[in-house]
Design a protein around this ligand. Sequence first.
Ligand code: BES
Ligand code: ZN
Ligand code: MN
Length: 509
Amino acid sequence: MTQPSLSLVDTDPAELAVDAIVIGLHSQPEEDGALLPAAGAESIAAAFDGKLTATLALLGASGAPGEVTKLATLGTVAAPLLIAVGLGNEPTGPAPDLETLRRGAGAAVRALAGSGTVALALPSADEDAAPVLRAVLEGALLGGYRFAGYKTKPQKNRRDPVAALQVQVPDASDETALAEVRRAEVVARAVRLTRDWVNEPPNVLRPADFADRVVAEAEGTGLEVEVLDFEQLKAGGYGGIVAVGQGSEAPPRLVKLTYTPEGVTDPKRVALVGKGITFDTGGVSIKPSAGMWEMKSDMAGAAAVASALLAIAAIKPGVAVSGYLAIAENMPSGSAYRPGDVITMFNGKRVEVFNTDAEGRMVLGDAMARACADGTDYLFEASTLTGGQVISLGKRISGLMGSDEATALVEAAGAAVGEPAWRMPLPDDVRKGMESEIADICQTNANLDRAGHMLQGGVFLREFVTEGVEWAHIDIAGPSYHTGEPNGYWTKGGTGVPIRTFLQLIDEL
Ligand code: BES
Ligand code: ZN
Ligand code: MN
């Protein structure tokens, strides 16, 4: 699905001949909740001759975050339709809360589906406000996302996503602002691609299809591409990927994408690793059928890693980045791996399988060990690993485990981009509970005790990281897939989490 065109404007927003104009709206807690047009809306408020906030209040506007109020402008300003999006309480500091702004821009653009050209007169107008502008641009581009889908007939009353966005800034030829536009286009395209891949039905995107699509996207980007097929995985000793993938008629893949910066001697090396289970039935330890369809999103980590590498190839940072996608389909069959199997992993460690539904850690263990064998300073891994993540942290906050520096980096990056991750421990007693009688480690608790369920995943994955590598495991089971109504810049289905965290991390490194 194509994304809207994006441009900057620095003329009076009241005079923009667009189909709709977006302003922000605050409430003022000190003034009994009275409405206050946000920065950027001054000239529009003036055109309404002092009646704007009263009119919006009459229509029920309260300034609450994400609230959208539509108003016909009846000739007061050039655009026929005005949308006021709630941005919460009047900011106490110089800038509004970035996530509120990102969500507001997303909600407004989504509500304007059907309008061809939309202008945003949001608080992106201040000098030195690159992060504020970035939030508006990203939110606006992502809020308008829609999965193309497979309907055979065009739907009646279905309004097309906004085609063109114009964003108000003080100086539309300012180099920093233009650089933010270019970056936002790259980032939003990468998030859309992640969402598209996650939203694809699992019969359309089986392991080889997923790998092929990634390879096709990487073509001409300068990324180096390596794809290992089933035979090569067997020959290479990737016991975990082979075990999980052998139950399916669609065999597994390991895809490696490499970005090498030009003209940087001895760059920092970063590995991104993603879980790419194109469908997770649970295997022989089969899942209950209710809700199983959602396991088409079990490749969200790999989708985010692949898209991150594509974006990195365009942004061209000064660090070396490799992406590893551990791709397989987890099916029960006569050739499937079994509970009780002992599997020799890529790093030589032997794992006793207790539950074939804990397949993510099996494919990831191999991919992480391979990343370490290739040599890396940092390893960031993202996976829809455990239902325990959803139980403990919910649908917005990812679980985060790993070494001190890497987890601190992820925490900060996630907070900056609105993809929060909360650090969890890797307790000794959880590792003790995974002692195997006959192999080096059990894949889960040896008594199938689900206590510390999410932590078992992190503790297991630690076994596949080489000493000295800074590593973080991000459990995105909840945040990578949105089942509720669209909300802010989140649409139904794949969210793209944690790709913007990855890109922010690379920026910071
Ligand atoms: N892909 C699932 C985890 C998941 C659950 C992701 C819900 C998104 C939403 C994973 O492979 C899985 O099945 N995990 C098991 C692990 C258990 C068998 C140790 C789980 O969470 O129950
Ligand atoms: Zn899974
Ligand atoms: Mn599973």
